[in-house]
Design a protein around this ligand. Structure first.
Ligand code: DGL
Length: 268
């Protein structure tokens, strides 16, 4: 496939959380142009049905393909878990998604093969993480826990609030009891809770940040296929949202760790 290297990477998410993936991409691939779509009008996806998530994912894929991206990154764990096939079928460029990327890192790093996974209800109910991990190692044991309250708590900015700590202790009880040595943070929002989760899980447990894992996989693919942007000048970042661009801008800067550039409103 002939891919013009200055075409952007298309990153998409159900809302704002995918900016944790963009942040890692900006760090690991500093010259790549990025077009981001966050479905802020319809977030959260994690508590919606498989049919609805697939319908939304198809619309976003078509939107980004029209923007002539060279690679698609499904930053949203929920979409990756239940709509990966729909997205891949509609795309004529490579599609990378967070679940496979995180499963690889989990298997590479685990010593005891006892792995915890946390995510939205849709992600956990789909069993996609357990399947991806077992494809890499049949002997691995996977213990999953849905944490539906984490997304609103993170959007509220309550990263180390006592209420968040209490809820996290409750959610994590079962994975702690299984003595996992790794915990996959299987949702875009959870990297922001890392210090709190590390505290509850204990220092010896390895927290796997799906955003970092995703950026590493993207960087490997770009190098392997030699499709990295040849222009070493400052890249172009464009952010599209389906509602409330101003809220996206303010909260987004917390996720991104820097000021957000152009935010544009689109509707399907
Ligand atoms: N982006 C979603 C995920 O990673 C979290 C937010 C939502 O539920 O839409 O699973």
């Amino acid at each position: 496939m002939n891919i013009k290297t200055n075409r952007a990477i298309g990153v998409f998410d159900s809302g704002i959380g995918g900016l944790t993936v963009v942040r890692s991409l900006m760090e690991q691939l500093p010259f790549e142009n990025i077009i981001y779509f966050g479905d802020t009008a319809r977030v959260p996806y994690g508590i919606k049905s498989v049919e609805t998530i697939n319908r939304y994912a198809a619309q976003i894929t078509e939107f980004l393909i029209k923007k002539d991206v060279k690679l698609l990154i499904v930053a949203c764990n929920t979409m990756a878990a239940v709509a990966h096939q729909t997205i891949a079928d509609l795309s004529d460029v490579p599609v990378l998604e967070v679940i496979d990327a995180s499963a690889r890192i989990a298997i590479k790093n685990t010593r005891t093969k006892s792995i915890g996974v946390i995510g939205t209800p849709a992600t956990i109910n789909s069993n996609a993480y357990a399947r991806a991990i077992h494809l890499l190692d049949k002997k691995a044991k996977v213990f999953s826990q849905a944490c539906p309250l984490f997304v609103p708590l993170v959007e509220e900015g309550w990263f180390d609030h006592p209420a968040t700590k209490l809820i996290a202790q409750e959610y994590l009880k079962s994975v702690i009891a299984e003595q996992v040595d790794s915990l996959v943070l299987g949702c875009t929002h959870y990297p922001l809770l890392k210090p709190l989760l590390q505290d509850i899980m204990g220092k010896e447990v390895n927290l796997i940040d799906s955003a970092e894992a995703m950026a590493k996989t993207a960087s490997d693919l770009i190098n392997k296929q030699k499709i990295g942007n040849k222009k070493n000048s400052s890249p172009d970042y464009v952010f599209y949202v389906s509602d409330l661009p101003y809220r996206f801008q303010t909260i987004g800067e917390r996720f991104l760790g820097r000021t957000l550039g152009r935010v544009e409103l689109v509707s399907f």
